[in-house]
Design a binder for this molecule. Sequence first.
Ligand code: PLP
Length: 410
Amino acid sequence: MDKFDGMRKEDFPILSESVHGRKLVYLDNAATTQKPQVVLDAIVEGYSKWNANVHRGVHHLSQVATEKHEQARKKVAEWLNAAAEEVIFTKGTTDSINMLARSFGDAMVNEGDEIIVSQLEHHSNIVPWQMLCERKKAILKVIPLREDLSIDIEAFKEMLNERTRLVSVAQVSNVLGIVNPVEEIIHYAHAKHIPVCVDGAQSVPHLAVDVKKLDCDFLVFSAHKMYGPTGLGVLYGKKEWLDKLPPAEGGGEMIEHVRWDKTTYNVLPYKFEAGTPNYIGSYAFSKAIEYVQELGIEDIAKHEEELVEYIEERVSRLERVKIYAAGQKKAGAVSFNVYRADGGLIHPFDVGVLLDRQGVAVRTGHHCAEPLIEHLGVPGTLRASVGLYNTKEDIDKLVAALERAIMMLE
Ligand code: PLP
């Protein structure tokens, strides 16, 4: 039997819950994934067996906690093919990008300089750069999309110039699920010695991401989107960059010595980790990574790709449904909308509520990507996003629920 054939659901206690009297069909994995028992156990174990603040204590529990936290960092480094000192623990993708915008922005960006993002970014990869540009009187440039909603690489190449300081793009769009050509983006940016930050929030959980192969300068992602706990994320940076950049936040842990006349900073990665870190979270996340490693990210990617294709195939058979960026290479998510016979859009919220009443959880709305949604010219979309535990049967239930919802709303 295929290792993904419904068997994995048993590892995730929440998936046996019912919603509105129906067994939960969870298709909102791009927003957050559910947690396997090994991750839940790790959280309970941490707080019940070895909870103590890390790095500062000589006592036993503090040493155990420190060891678990640093082992977790090594696990993340191994996962990304990075060095442990290049892995900075943050609160999540949003926090990672804000930190980078502050640190990189303070050191590297001046009036008239340019930062490049794309039209399809999550607000987390827009607003921190807008704030930086406002602070520094710099300019935020936006890579346009082609007709088929893919990133316009030719336009991007034209945008790179001697004022460009950084490019920051998502590897996978959280709305469309499209896998963006970040390798090409990195290639052309590096040809002009411009660093690239990859927003891996939607790619790291679904694809093998090797920072050395990718050659990105920075990579950010959230643990909670990869079966780990909330409140934890990663900012990976190439050592040569992290050495050069100033800390984004001050406080305990990030210092070497504090003097009234001059404070000196700690070594990497601690220079970027002010305050008590989420060491129980990092430990639990290392268990999530182990869980994913055991199944194999390549096999997970293949399984999810089949599911995404199956969603497109089944949903496109319904009448008056528009799938965005249909047929393009995707990872994890599909966005679509439903129309009435008179051509009017059925509001995605209305469809989403009716799906929920049938136990099917999808996301509706702008998905924190208003500029993209505006570009699509709709108030929002319905987004079905899969995780390793989803099955074709889940998709069949989604489609059956959609048929019923459409019948009621037409
Ligand atoms: N970037 C992308 C592409 C995302 O999909 C998300 C979350 O949906 C984020 C950034 C923000 O992640 P978080 O809310 O975990 O900080």
